[in-house]
Design a protein around this ligand. Structure first.
Ligand SMILES: *[C@@H]1O[C@H](CO)[C@@H](O)[C@H](O)[C@H]1NC(C)=O
Ligand SMILES: *[C@@H]1O[C@H](CO)[C@@H](O)[C@H](O)[C@H]1NC(C)=O
Length: 251
């Protein structure tokens, strides 16, 4: 008789049925708890992802603003001949980010492609008097980080390729430097140049301009191309250097 009990609805169950019922309730409960945990974990990770996206977007916006800010600071730093190293840490970080992201090398490559395209549209004359002057000094490069070394290496490679391509198109190449020696240039991979002139030597420049037609000057630094040292040349090209000023836009 004790094996029967009643519940309020008035339905009767055997104790076995009650055990099964309770067991299935427990199982159902465990399943629900598991499901709840699973759902809440999913929601949490969703939330993390969402906040990740928001963070990324926020960072991009900040970077855009930082870039404008750093461009303006860099322009004025340059205008007033201040040391680039005095730029705020933020700007140095932005510059390093741009190098790390490959933006710098893409800009350099783009400039080099433009130079090559130009020299393909003209042809060197048969009298061997058409020369291209190429500045091979690289000063004030950003120093800091290890990955800058890789960018410097890639940069040297791209510029040497540019030199070799122009050389093979029949242009006479004149190298321009402050103090590089022929040995140093050879060790950097340069060969077959028609002349090496020193930047401070005004006479060398005059002679070059008198005896040859300078069809292009390719500079790493703006002061090589303009100002006191302006050239009687058909075209001037500025290759972006690995300096803060060039990374924030040429001035
Ligand atoms: C430079 O640009 C050219 C043309 O867009 C491309 O073919 C070449 O792979 C690029 N080189 C590097 C090192 O990015
Ligand atoms: C050329 O000058 C730079 C600094 O202006 C110096 O670091 C470098 O050692 C010099 N090179 C030679 C060959 O004198």
């Amino acid at each position: 008789m004790g094996s029967r009990f009643s519940i309020d609805s008035g339905c009767y169950m055997t104790s076995l049925a009650a055990t099964i019922f309770i067991a299935s309730l427990v199982t159902f409960g465990v399943l629900m708890v598991t499901l709840l945990i699973a759902i809440s974990t999913m929601l949490q990770s969703c939330e993390n992802k969402n906040s990740g996206i928001i963070q990324v977007q926020r960072r991009l916006v900040v970077d855009d603003e930082s870039l404008s800010y750093c461009r303006i600071l860099s322009l004025h730093s340059n205008l007033n001949s201040l040391d680039e190293e005095e730029l705020p840490l933020l700007c140095r970080d932005v510059a390093l980010q741009r190098i790390k992201q490959g933006i710098y090398l893409r800009e350099l490559n783009f400039t080099i492609q433009m130079v090559l395209t130009y020299f393909k549209t003209i042809k060197p004359g048969n009298d061997n008097r058409d020369v291209v002057v190429m500045d091979i000094d690289d000063i004030n490069l950003i120093k800091q980080e290890v990955y800058i070394e890789e960018a410097k290496h890639q940069r040297s490679k791209l510029i040497l390729e540019l030199y070799s391509k122009l050389r093979s198109q029949g242009y006479s190449m004149v190298l321009l430097s402050r103090n590089s020696t022929a040995e140093q240039l050879k060790s950097r991979g340069y060969s077959d140049w028609s002349g090496l002139i020193m930047r401070e030597d005004a006479r060398q420049k005059e002679e070059l301009e008198r005896d040859y037609r300078i069809v292009g000057v390719i500079g790493n630094h703006m002061d090589v191309l303009t100002g006191q040292r302006s050239w009687q040349s058909k075209r001037l090209f500025k290759l972006p250097s690995l300096t803060y000023n060039d990374i924030f836009g040429l001035q």
